[in-house]
Design a protein around this ligand. Sequence first.
Ligand code: ADP
Ligand code: MG
Length: 451
Amino acid sequence: MSDPAAAQSFINLNALLDNPVFAGGFGLASLGAVLAFARRGALATAGMIRRRMLVNVEISRQDPSYPWILAWLSQPREQTSFLAKKLTRINKLSVTTSTSSTPNGSTRASFFLQPGYGRHIVKYKHAYIAVNREKQATARTNTGEPHETVELTTLYAHRHIFEDVFSEARALALQANEGKTVVYSVRNFDWVPLGEPRRKRPLGSVILDKGVKEDIVNDAKDFLARRQWYVDRGIPYRRGYLLYGPPGSGKSSFIQALAGELDFSVAMVNLSEIGVTDDKLAFLLTKLPERTILLLEDADSAFVNRRKRDADGYSGGTVTFSGLLNALDGLSAGEERIAFLTTNHVELLDPALIRPGRVDMMVRIGEATRYQAAQMWDRFYGDVDVDGTYRERFLKRLDDLGLFREATDSESPPRTSTAAIQGLFLFNKNDMEGAISMAEHLIPQKLEPEK
Ligand SMILES: Nc1ncnc2c1ncn2[C@@H]1O[C@H](COP(=O)(O)OP(=O)(O)O)[C@@H](O)[C@H]1O
Ligand SMILES: [Mg+2]
């Protein structure tokens, strides 16, 4: 023993052991050590039991089931036993507020209470489930938002309860959106519902020219019925539509109504929006919610971008043409989806877009035709204008104003939009005469060049 201090204590220890009182004390001390060892063993056993006897699932906030589970947890439950009542009361709640505008222009806020962060216990059927909702110390690299998870733990013997929990939570979420169309838009790097789910817009409320609506609706339904056909042939199960035409012709309204008809949601990206870049779009597509129409509005901005980029090498912080193509049929496109592109400027369109799987169907949604004007009239005033005399006067008036004249090489007559007709009717809700006499307002106003 080279260390003098250690040698010293060794000698002291020997001296102590010779002393009977201290020897007894040493015995006690070693008993303590044994107990401590046993306790550690017990803890390890508890840990082992915990590992063996408990099962848990962790749901991250990025997972589509995350909001369903939170909503499911905040369901009021009928608790019968006293213990269950005491144990399973969720005392901490957090609130999510969403606002939506009502048709009359006011805003309506709704509040959704869900279990707050921390630990809770819920009882479901015969099982107790421990819930732990927490923000993690790590953050998502792309948004800086902290990771957030909900962890559910139950006894191993009750593990099958989780399947029921998930299917019940999902059913609950679907039921809440029944008869509604959820419209997702982009926030940071996530799809977030844009306000409250809206009541489904009936297809009949969007008036397109004769047969146009039916063509698209039938095509989409046919596509949805052919999944296996694509799978069998190893073709990506995708279909793209391009709707083009002047603003206010009902393109966006139609897509929303179609989504309702197919029982789909809409995930909307405005390609002209600064900050929506190729990378971001590609990332978002990897987590498109299920049964969702991808709607890329203002697709022309991607064409403009290409020109700009070719010219000065800068894309302006928005989606480029190659980003758009990648979104439609590149690696990020996903195996299954329906996409709609809209543009007011088809003349900027790149022919490379029109290819199966990118854009399979291209439809012009144009200025109001006589057919549309008549249909819109009937929807508005059909109940009071029973024999259609006012309608014929209205159509004659529009004829006289030249609004339905065919364009020729030498002349392009004025055109009006369905949005303008809707505006006219809304202004004259109970006044057919008023609508007829104000019809000249449908002629688009030309802006005088500044002097
Ligand atoms: N063809 C149409 N049928 C019914 N409503 C229409 C039609 N076109 C436009 N509207 C109405 O005009 C407004 C703007 O239409 P929107 O769908 O946004 O047009 P777009 O997307 O073609 O610019 C909406 O309130 C919509 O209800
Ligand atoms: Mg639109």
